[in-house]
Ligand binder design. Structure first.
Ligand code: DGL
Length: 279
């Protein structure tokens, strides 16, 4: 186990690697611990209570490994669990630690990409139903129209390596068309799920309109974290800067390694852990 002070990155599985990849590019100097709860992924269709329970267990485990700050690199967990953990659990159990999600840093800037102020959101069922993006985007861009499409089959199709089959493409086309049919003004599509950067080119080929921008969250989250660390020196000073990165999964390590290939191009070693609730 890594006993130095690190930044924790948590996701339901391997999807968070698409975010972590950008964080590592922008902020390579820190120590990191990545935890994927692969044994219980995908989170996308689980209830609020279940995702909160799983996310809180992961949070506690990362804090026990001396993480000073955790990035929830999962839209579904950011949408369904983050607020309760930040507002109810942290002040009581870990008053000096911080946990941040990936919806707010995305919402803060997404309006800057859209000339028509009409943005389409593709995400899991859980993220769409939570209305977290509506809430956060409206704070920063009150006049922006957000059009949404839940894509419940995309994560399973990507994880089963079936997304580029005829059946997989059928569903990507269906979801993208359902989204674009909601308004001809949509000029920006936000990929609001950690798995979707893998199919960015496929979506571009389906739309065939270069004027519609497709936005990955990774760079937005990485820039936001950089600003956060510059502002919060009391946290930044605590994090060790030895460029050490450890990966943990709740599932068989071979499964994590196999799945991660599509998400993260570097060679990695991973250890299996069990998550239990202490609260
Ligand atoms: N990481 C999740 C998200 O960004 C997708 C995978 C899942 O459903 O667990 O919403």
């Amino acid at each position: 186990m890594l006993s130095t002070h690190s930044i924790g990155i948590f996701d339901s599985g391997v999807g968070g690697l698409t975010i972590f990849d950008h964080i590592l590019q922008v902020l390579p100097e820190y120590n990191y611990i990545y935890l994927g709860d692969n044994a219980r992924a995908p989170y996308g269709n689980h209830s609020f209570e279940t995702i909160l329970e799983y996310s809180w267990q992961a949070t506690q485990w990362l804090f026990e490994q001396n993480c000073q700050l955790i990035i929830v690199a999962c839209n579904t967990a950011s949408a369904k669990a983050l607020r309760t953990i930040q507002q109810k659990y942290l002040p009581h159990f870990y008053p000096n630690r911080k946990i941040l999600g990936i919806i707010r840093p995305t919402a803060e800037v997404i309006g800057q990409y859209s000339i028509t102020q009409s943005v389409g959101l593709l995400a899991t069922q859980g993220t769409i139903v939570s209305k977290s993006y509506d809430l956060e985007v409206s704070k920063f861009f009150p006049n922006l129209n957000l059009y949404k499409q839940a894509c419940p089959l995309l994560v399973p199709l990507i994880e089963n390596n079936d997304i580029f089959s005829a059946g997989g493409i059928y569903f990507v086309e269906k979801y993208v068309k359902n989204l674009l049919n909601q308004s001809s003004k949509i000029d920006t599509i936000l990929l609001g799920c950690t798995h979707y950067p893998i199919i960015k080119t496929l979506i571009e080929n389906i739309i065939k309109k270069p004027k519609i921008k497709i936005i990955n969250q990774g760079p937005l989250v990485a820039e936001s974290l950089k600003k956060y660390l510059l502002k919060h020196t009391e946290i930044e000073n605590l994090i060790n800067k030895q460029r050490r990165v450890k990966f943990y999964t709740t599932e068989d390590t071979s499964k994590f390694l196999e799945l991660s290939k599509a998400f993260f191009k570097k060679n990695i070693e991973v250890e299996k852990i069990n998550l239990v609730s202490n609260a």
